[in-house]
Design a protein around this ligand. Structure first.
Ligand code: ATR
Length: 262
């Protein structure tokens, strides 16, 4: 990769930094589409976030930056504007720097998730969806699913109060969608989505029981590594369609490319 004065520069802000893989994936993606973009991870401590963001504002060849743990919410106070999607989700994962130096925060998780389903030919509109998890990632997928027009969304979470709060927030924005919180039998749904961290480690228990889920249903797991989680392996065994977390990341890359092209 040749980085020159003509390259569009981006960053990924994180703490800790060791686990950050997004920069490598984004660099490979932009190389593959022949776009002159270079991304570098930046190790930024929470207390330094404001100063770093203020500096990036002054860097005229920077087109944007990704934001990850633990900065997704705290970054908002340092930006000029956030999109309505980022406001609903309560977190920003990509900031676009305009030519004038304005910083606009967006959250591409929701759109990336829905695009990845559509790209894999999984219909979302009018479908019954069971989502496990109500954390940061779960907030994004829940709003994304409601926006995409699902008929029913059931949110199941270990901490049930969090599931109820998320369901209420989604219904407030999308009153036409039937949203509920609580335990449910996976076999009654068209699409099952895992947004919990269960499945990252080989000995994690399954995030939910998918007994009876078979052909005709889709199991989506937003975990990126491993590419095939235990939940997905079980779904495949039972004849269901599966989608892993990498598709969601890939879809977000396309969105970033579109955002910085403007
Ligand atoms: P992220 O931003 O990646 O979504 P998070 O906000 O910490 O991370 O959310 C993690 C999700 O995984 C939550 O839904 C969490 O459930 P709780 O809200 O009950 O904590 C879920 N999760 C994590 N570990 C879990 C476990 N051992 N069993 C069940 N759910 C778990």
């Amino acid at each position: 990769m040749e980085i020159t004065g003509k390259s569009k520069i981006m960053f990924v802000l994180a703490d800790p930094i060791d686990h950050v893989r997004a920069s490598a994936v984004i660099n490979a993606y932009f190389r593959s589409i022949g776009d002159d973009v270079a991304v570098s991870p930046l190790h930024v401590l929470p207390g330094d976030l404001g100063a770093v963001v203020a500096s990036i504002r002054l860097m005229r060849n920077v087109f944007g930056f990704g934001v990850t743990i633990p900065h997704k919410t705290r970054v908002i106070e340092h930006l000029d504007e956030i999109t309505s999607t980022a406001r609903m989700i309560g977190a920003v994962n990509f900031v676009k720097r305009t030519a004038e130096g304005r910083l606009v925060g967006d959250n591409l998780d929701a759109r990336g998730f829905i695009e990845s389903l559509l790209e894999c030919d999984v219909a979302v509109r009018n479908r019954k969806v069971l989502q496990v998890g109500a954390g940061g990632a779960g907030r994004a997928t829940a709003f994304g699913l409601a926006e995409a027009g699902v008929a029913e969304l059931t949110i199941m979470n270990r901490d049930e109060e969090k599931a109820r709060a998320l369901a209420a927030a989604v219904v407030a924005q999308y009153p036409a969608t039937k949203v509920s919180a609580g335990r449910a039998e996976a076999r009654a749904f068209d699409l099952i989505v895992n947004t919990t961290s269960l499945g990252m480690k080989a000995d994690d228990p399954l995030p939910l029981d998918i007994e009876g889920v078979g052909p005709g249903a889709t199991v989506s797991d937003i975990i990126v590594n491993p590419a095939v989680t235990r939940l997905m392996a079980k779904a495949i065994e039972q004849g269901a369609k599966t989608i892993g977390g990498k598709s969601m990341l890939d879809a977000q890359m396309v969105l970033v490319a579109r955002l910085i092209a403007r």
